[in-house]
Ligand binder design. Structure first.
Ligand SMILES: Cc1cc2nc3c(=O)[nH]c(=O)nc-3n(C[C@H](O)[C@H](O)[C@H](O)COP(=O)(O)O)c2cc1C
Length: 204
């Protein structure tokens, strides 16, 4: 799969949407918080060689740093192949089967959370199936979900739309932040300013 294939048939959407949110909004007198939840793959990567911290993880950490939100990483029980080619094959099969691979542990308690920054790599123009595994189990009804992704040409594509369709009781923002994976991995200043701009547009 080359970069052109990534781009084909998908929309390269980067940007953000205006949503009202505050790190500690209140709901019925209760302090509501935000959290950054993300999945990110380590090992052999499409464009940046072998990595020990995933591209999406880098963005997730920056969002947490700038918002003060806590982070929660979705970790797969059965590790996706470290090598790139087997990994894309497994991911494709999971997508075709609408698989729900298991993640480690229990979904965190989201009762005092109103906003979830949800991060994932673009895998075959969708979020990895393990992200769906997580969302199936987490109590996300009524929560605002602000998606961000890393990719190598497809941008956010229709990933947010697919999440919105799958979880109609959550408020999934259709536009989100999309960053090239190699930029996320290698250009911390670019990540910093992309995140800052996004948060500014969101009114954070
Ligand atoms: C299984 C798999 C499928 C991918 N599919 C796409 C794709 O459809 N479009 C795209 O732009 N990039 C695609 N990529 C590239 C990743 O989105 C990109 O390298 C991303 O930054 C990886 O993030 P991570 O390190 O957080 O996992 C794919 C990568 C993998 C491993």
């Amino acid at each position: 799969m080359n970069r052109r294939e990534f781009v084909k048939g998908t929309l390269a959407v980067a940007g953000a949407a205006a949503m009202s949110h505050f790190a500690f909004a209140t709901e019925g007198g209760k302090k509501m918080k935000s959290i950054v939840i993300y999945f990110s793959h380590t090992g052999e990567n499409y464009s940046v060689g072998n990595i020990t911290v995933g591209n999406t993880a880098k963005v997730a950490k920056e969002i947490a740093a700038q918002t003060g939100a806590t982070t929660w990483e979705i970790k797969e029980k059965n590790h996706y192949p470290t090598q790139y080619t087997p990994c894309i094959e497994v991911a494709k099969k999971e997508l075709q089967a609408k698989a729900r691979p298991e993640f480690i542990g229990e979904a965190p308690d989201l009762s005092d959370i109103d906003t979830i920054y949800l991060g994932y790599p673009n895998w075959w123009a969708d979020a990895p199936m393990i992200v769906y595994s997580f969302l199936d189990k987490a109590k996300i009804d009524g929560k605002t979900i602000l998606p961000f992704c890393t990719h190598e040409g497809s941008g956010l594509g229709s990933t947010a739309k697919k999440l919105a369709a799958a979880y109609p009781k959550a408020k999934v923002e259709l536009k989100g932040l999309a960053l090239y994976g190699h930029v996320a991995q290698k250009e911390p200043d670019a990540v910093k300013s992309a995140v800052a701009n996004w948060l500014k547009q969101l009114g954070k």
